[in-house]
Design a protein around this ligand. Structure first.
Ligand SMILES: NC(=O)c1ccc[n+]([C@@H]2O[C@H](COP(=O)([O-])OP(=O)(O)OC[C@H]3O[C@@H](n4cnc5c(N)ncnc54)[C@H](OP(=O)(O)O)[C@@H]3O)[C@@H](O)[C@H]2O)c1
Length: 249
């Protein structure tokens, strides 16, 4: 099968590319670093592609920016896909986003809406945070010697297991909304960030901070965790740390 991986250089995208190639698929990587900016008006040629896997992202908390990015990218992929006769659009989304008020999630909901109402047969997989999120949030929230990490219950999953599932879904054909994928254990994000910092040698103290408002509530009360009927990955956070993260020398 020929698969176009939009965002194929990202945290999960690079695993999608590697897994799809290992299974014998022909893979086209669509990303700005590969010369394809999907958020512009420039035409996109998907001739010969059977399936799109969309794992693009933007780093923003703004609903306006998130909606603008995800709708521009999704519209372009769907319209180029329709012109080229693409048979299947696979989208990765996030568990619990319809119940957690957050600007970035507004864009993801708009992206899901465009795909479900769009012109291509589709599959949507929602996943919980990746193990990598612990380090990303530590880095983003660090001011001076302190990283203020939200009080957040999370059930982190290995990005490589999400990638494998996305390739399974590409091979299975259009399945609409499939069970969410979560990690094997519920953890507190601040503790994960502390373990990540200790393993990588990153300096700084983690301070757990309860966020105000509906998003803070959703982070604390389990809204972002696996729902009944979700599938669970197997690699725990500590196993991921041991296998993936370089110890300081
Ligand atoms: N991170 C998590 O914990 C998590 C959990 C569940 C679901 N998700 C979802 O999974 C998806 C991927 O997340 P991620 O963390 O792997 O993202 P990421 O590491 O930030 O990667 C984003 C990818 O999108 C590409 N990209 C960004 N802007 C682009 C543009 N204008 N045109 C073309 N490509 C563009 C980037 O490549 P270039 O920079 O080279 O363009 C990169 O390959 C997202 O939709 C996210 O909502 C994430």
């Amino acid at each position: 099968m020929r698969i176009a991986v939009a965002g194929g250089t990202g945290t999960v995208g690079r695993h999608v590319v590697e897994r799809a190639r290992a299974r014998g698929h022909h893979v086209d990587v669509l990303s700005r670093s590969g010369g394809v900016d999907l958020a512009t008006e420039r035409p996109l040629d998907l001739n010969g592609v059977d399936t799109i896997i969309d794992v693009t992202s933007i780093e923003t908390a703004s609903a306006v920016k998130s909606k603008a990015f995800f709708s521009a990218v999704t519209r372009k992929l769907l319209s180029a896909g329709q012109s080229a006769g693409v048979e299947h659009h696979v989208l990765l989304s996030i568990a619990g986003i319809d119940e957690a008020p957050y600007g970035y999630y507004s864009g993801k909901l708009e992206q899901e809406r465009l795909v479900t109402n769009g012109s291509l047969p589709w599959t949507i997989l929602r996943a919980t945070q990746f193990h990598e999120f612990s380090g990303q949030i530590f880095t983003r929230m660090k001011v001076g010697p302190v990283a203020m990490v939200p009080f957040m219950q999370s059930q982190p999953v290995a990005a490589v297991e999400v990638a494998d599932r996305l390739v399974d879904l590409a091979e299975a054909g259009p399945s609409r909304r499939v069970p969410d994928l979560a990690g094997p254990r519920v953890e507190r994000m601040a503790q994960l960030s502390r373990r990540w910092a200790a393993a990588t040698g990153e300096k700084g103290k983690v301070l757990e901070v309860p966020l105000p408002g509906g998003l803070g509530q959703a982070m604390r009360d389990g809204t972002l965790l696996a729902r009944p009927g979700s599938e669970l990955g197997t690699q725990s956070f500590d196993e991921w740390l041991a296998h993936t993260v370089q110890k300081p020398t």
